[in-house]
Structure formats: C-alpha cells, structure tokens
Design a binder for this molecule. Structure first.
Ligand code: PLP
Length: 446
C-alpha cells in the first residue's frame, strides 16, 4: 500500500528538486517523472496504477524477478537481528557463509572474496588489489592499467579512468595517469547482426601485445574488461578475443580482471561469464545480481595465488589497507545468501541457457524493421541499435523507450540504443511482448 502523501506527490507533478538523480536530465524528469511504487515478479507498478513489464531487470540486477519472498523475508529477519557490525577486525557469521557460497559458485581457484557495496567500489578495490599484489611480490614498478573503449567500470575515479566512455569522463579533470585503452573489438560491416559472439576476435586482442610493446609490459599491473561490454552498448566478445587476452596477460605476468557486475549471477547461463565463455581471469568483480538488486552489495573474487601473495608477511600485520564501513553488511549478506538460494531453487542458469535461443530469435526478428541498424545478443542480454536522426542523436532511442513504456514495457534507451536485460525468469510470451512493443514503436516513429 502506498501512503496518500507519496501517491499524490508525483501525480501533482511536483517532485521538487531536492533529490538530484544520477544520470538524469533533472529538468526534463521533473516535467514528466517516471515513478514506481511497487514491483512483483516481472512487473513494476507505476504510481498511477499501471503494470509495466521490466525488460531491464531494474538496472541489470533483479535477475530472479522482483519481490522474491525468500529474499524479502531474509532481509526482514536480518534487520531485526543484527543491524550493523564493523568488518574492520571483526565480523558476523553471515559474511563468512556468503563468502563460502560465492567462492563455491565461482570458477575453480577463486577461493576468496572481498566485500564492497557497489560495482564501482568492487572495481576500484580490484584495481587497488592488482597494484598491491605486484608490490607485495616486490614488483612495485607494475602500476599501469589497461581498459577498453566503451568499457564501463563504474563511477569511482579508478573505474572512470579505465572506463572507455568519453562523455563520462569529460567534466571531471585529470583521472589516473598511465592508463591505456584497447579499442572496441567490433566492426559493423563484418560483425553486424551477428547472433551471439561474432567471429574473428583474435586480431583485436593482438592489439594488447602492441600496446604492451609501447608501454613496456613490465610496468603494467592489470588489464580490465567486461567479458561482454554492457552499458557501452552490449557487445559480446568476438570468438577467441578473451582467450587471446588471457594468453597475452599470462605471458607478461599481468593480471586479467573481468568486470562481471552485469554478467555475474547467471546472465550468460552460468554463474559467471568466465565459466560460460571458458576463459579464467585472475580477479572478478561483481555486484547487482549478487543480492537480486534488493540491497546494495558488490564483491571482488580473487584467485588463490593473488590472495596468497598477500599472506606471506608477518601474521600480525594488516595485509590490505583497504575497505569500507559497510563491507559485508549483515543485511546485504542475508540478502545475498537468500538470493543464491533462490537462484539455485529456480535453476536460473539452466533456465537462461534454455530460453536464450528464443530470446535471440525474437530480437533478430526486428532486423529489417524501420531504423534498425544492428542487433546484438548473448545470454539474456540484447541491444537493438537504431540509426540516429541527422543532428538529433538519441532522439529515436528515447522516443522508442517512451512509446514502449506507454505500451507497458520498460526498456532502457542509451542514446539510440535500446538496451535489454530482463529478469532471467522471463517467459517466452513476455519476450514476445517486449519485442512486439519495440516493433510497434519503430513503425510509429520517423
Ligand atoms: N561495472 C560494470 C560492468 C557495470 O555495468 C556497472 C554498473 O552498471 C558498474 C561497474 C558500477 O556498478 P555500480 O553502479 O553498482 O557502482
């Protein structure tokens, strides 16, 4: 139930400007605020009482669908039992249990996890751990970082530095020095409308070797990539791309970090994309689906040899001078544990693998519709790229998303990209509804 004050607020179209929303055109938002008051399963409930199909899993995070009773109950119970305990030199059983469960589903050899409260914190933690790893081994000259064009690694200064979306960086002055970027492993002419992974990724990965020759490989700490570029436009890795990055990093003693904030927790049909794609990095960052989006939480999964390097000093010395007040928060741990139970009970990974071909076929049925310039997909991720109107980039994307929303389907417009990342519990019929809603919008716009 919604209190009358809350329900009346946006209906009066006066949300005020006290709340500064992230990544939002504030003045435009105020004129037509999109407000939700509830959510259940695959749907949001809008403030004016409409049910909207959530084809974004919130923001790539509600993998088991909204309002999972077991997660809700675990959060309630945890809040009443232990509200907070520091994780600096103390802890609580839930954190250890969650760490054990996470390392149990992580790729072999990832037996350690460092808790954070978001994907951005997970990325910055991973970058710091990578640099510190080299230093504790006596190789302090390895500090450089390599990211990739269109990469999104959150909004901390570290993640922003290795990220590859120029507009995100423009306004904020100097970022980390000594960061280079690989180019986007994508060529529209040869890879457009690929189903799943495009062919021929190795030449793009070989670019890493060239970058290393320019930079001196002995000065590089880590390469960080999303196995599937997410926010930058859903680009699945071309065949042999990640494999080759892995081989080059290994050859030069450089740590390979997979940012699995989006791809973690089943989106590609395995707990992590590393497993789905058969390439093992050295560090994995995760967040979002870790608690089904219900409580903020992130984590860094760490391979044994990295962790062990830190454990070689005197036992009374702190090994890593890093952490957050809310690392391993009891509420988040309870939500995380219940989430893993729910994922397992629903058989989400198997379900995703089974329904991914339906998803792929449905999305690609939009090929040839008005304004469609490309379609990319992998697992239960997808993007429909629209051609831009001359001198009005982004207009078609936001119009399409608006029309879908009015039609009862929530998709995400990022410029002229229609981004899709539904809860993994989506039914075939709801896939159909999503795609038909987009198709209808495309036919109604110029
Ligand atoms: N890394 C990746 C790959 C992401 O997609 C995101 C968020 O979308 C982040 C990091 C940042 O996560 P957060 O917004 O929780 O800080």
């Amino acid at each position: 139930t919604v209190s009358p004050q809350i329900a009346a607020y946006p209906l009066a179209n006066d949300v005020g400007d006290a709340y500064w929303l992230p990544f939002t055109a504030m003045r435009q938002f105020r004129s037509n605020p999109m407000m939700f008051v509830g959510a259940e399963g695959m749907h949001y409930l809008t403030v004016d009482g409409r049910r909207v199909l959530d084809a974004m899993a919130g923001l790539w995070c509600v993998n088991a669908g909204h309002g999972q009773p077991r997660i809700v109950e675990a959060i309630r119970e945890a809040a009443g039992r232990l509200d907070f305990v520091s994780s600096f030199k103390m802890s609580h059983p839930g954190a250890f249990e969650l760490a054990r469960r996470l390392t149990g589903i992580a790729p072999d050899g990832f037996d350690h996890v460092f808790f954070t409260n978001s994907g951005s914190e997970a990325v910055d933690s991973a970058l710091k751990i990578a640099r510190a790893y080299h230093r504790v081994r006596g190789d302090a000259g390895r500090t450089k970082l390599i990211g990739r064009a269109k990469g999104y690694h959150g909004m901390g200064f570290g993640g922003l530095s290795v990220g590859g979306i120029g507009r995100h960086k423009r306004d904020f002055g100097p970022l980390l020095p000594d960061v280079s970027h690989l180019s986007l492993p994508y060529d529209r002419a040869s890879m457009g409308f690929s189903r799943g992974q495009p062919e021929a990724g190795a030449p793009y990965a070989d670019e890493l070797e060239s970058l290393l020759q320019i930079n001196d490989p002995m000065t590089v700490a880590a390469v960080i990539v999303e196995p599937v570029i997410g926010s930058g436009g859903v680009y699945p890795p071309p065949v042999n791309y990640l494999e080759r990055l892995r081989a080059i990093c290994s050859r030069h003693g450089i740590l390979l970090i997979f940012d699995e904030v989006i791809t973690g927790f089943g989106r590609l049909g395995r707990p992590f994309a590393a497993q789905a794609l058969g390439v093992t990095p050295d560090i994995i960052t995760c967040a979002k689906g870790m608690t089904n989006g219900a409580v903020p939480m992130g984590g860094v999964l760490i391979r044994d040899f990295v962790f062990d390097a830190f454990m070689a000093g005197p036992p009374e010395a702190i090994e890593l001078f890093h952490g957050y007040t809310y690392s391993g928060h009891p509420l988040a741990c309870a939500a995380g544990l219940a989430t893993l139970d729910v994922y397992e009970e629903l058989g989400l990974c198997g379900r995703t693998t089974a329904i991914a071909p339906v998803w792929e076929a449905a999305l690609h049925s939009l090929k040839g519709e008005p304004h469609v310039a490309d379609i990319r997909n992998i697992g239960l991720l997808g993007v429909v790229e629209l051609s831009s109107r001359t001198a009005e980039a982004g207009a078609r994307g936001s119009l399409c998303a608006q029309m879908c929303y009015e039609d009862g389907v929530l998709v995400r417009a990022s410029g002229d990209l229609i981004v899709l990342s539904p809860p993994l519990v989506i039914e075939e019929e709801q896939i159909g509804q999503t795609v038909e809603s987009i198709r209808s919008a495309l036919h109604r716009m110029n």
